[in-house]
Structures are given as structure tokens and as C-alpha cells.
Design a protein around this ligand. Sequence first.
Ligand code: PGA
Length: 253
Amino acid sequence: MRQQIAAANWKMNLTLQQAENLLDEILKAPYHLKTYQKVVLAVPFPYLLLAGQKIAGHNNFHVSAQNCYQKERGAYTGESSAEMLQSLGVEYVILGHSERREYFGETNSMLGEKTKLALSCGLTPIFCCGESLQIREAGTQNDYVETQLKESLFSLPEEQIRKIVIAYEPIWAIGTGKTATSAQAQEMHFHLRRVLAKQYGDAVAEEIPILYGGSVKGSNAKELFSQPDVDGGLVGGASLIAADFSKIIEALK
Ligand code: PGA
């Protein structure tokens, strides 16, 4: 059974006290998660240890970073390495979020390096891809997203690509309140799975979770997650509201 994931991306939000309160709120709800369903909390770097302590004993919960650097170690002031994350007990790392691509100049090749390093440290990358509104309007989104995958991931051997989680996040839907329709999400996820199958074969493509991100809310998660190739969501704004995020967790099928 392919894994299903409700992933929270807190981005650069919340003070320590607020973070602690939100973690407590999220964790107090009684969830009935199946073994293949996971909750991943991508909190800011300063709260990674706290989140790790809070989720102890909550079986299906995992902690994620929102980024890591593409070098192993050294004189890179202000950066954090994959090895550091691993040493904190962090299990996942979001890579290539569109905000990182846009504001921090992250390229497909840079993200390929980050992905390899993350995997070599035993982290599971949540690799983000997705097109801008301009590309969607030109109708070239399938090719665009295919290139993102190819240039960052397709030099990985089969046993490594199988450890990846992909998040499709159309930029026009992020933080805008404008969600892709479930049909649009399914169409792209199906395309991504075919792209993976062409490179690695059907069995591998069938195994890789593909999450949808972009204005996922408590009110639309069930409909989005009901699509056959949508294996959960990467959630920004709504993950900062405990009741909303709990509803999203419960929407895993
Ligand atoms: P949003 O963000 O849910 O606020 O649209 C999603 C994301 O950027 O991961």
C-alpha cells in the first residue's frame, strides 16, 4: 500500500510559545491512522528538537525540516546540513519549494545535489515541483514539471528514487486561496506517475507518494485526497490552525 501523508509546512511562522501550543493542539486529537498513513510536521529550524520531543510516542508522526544546504559541511554561514538534521532525529526535508526556487535562486541542479545529500543522510526528501500561472495558461505545465523532475531526480538509482516523496504544488494555488480542482490535481499527478514509470518502471512509480499542495484546507482535503493518484497534501496556511490541520489529517483516505 502506497503511503499517504498529511504534511504541514509552517514556513517562517510562529514564536516558540505559539509553536509549542500548536503542536500540543494538533497532537491531542485522537486520530485513527492506518499504518500507511503519516503526518509530517515541517517546522522552522529552531523548533525541530521541540517537535521531535513532542511527537515522541505518537507513532505515525514525523518531523521535517523545510530545507537543507547542498554541501556536506564547512564555511557556509547561516546554513544547515542534512547531517545536522539527521543528528537531531529529523526524518524528512522539504526540498525545492517554489518559495526557495523563487526567493533563494534554487535551481534544478542545485536541488539534485540537495536530494542526493539528504538521501545519503537517511532523510526522506519531499521534493516539490509545480508551474507558475503563466506556464499553466500557456498549457505547457506537463513538460515544465517533467523537466523539474528529470533535472533534479533522474540521475538517482532506483533504490534511491523509491525513498522520495513528491509534492506537486502549482504556484498559482499557493497561499492564494485558489486551489487546483481535484480533476486538475489528479491529471498532473497521473502525468507525474507516468513520467516516473517511463524512467523507473511501473512498480517504482506506483510506490512513490505524490502529495498535492496549494490552498489545501479542512474543507477541500477530502475531495482532493479522494483522487486515485493524490496521496495526501503539503499544507501551508491551514497547517497553522490546529482544527483545520486535524481535519486534513482525517481526510487521508
Ligand atoms: P498553502 O501553502 O497551503 O498556504 O497554499 C502550501 C505550500 O506552500 O506548501
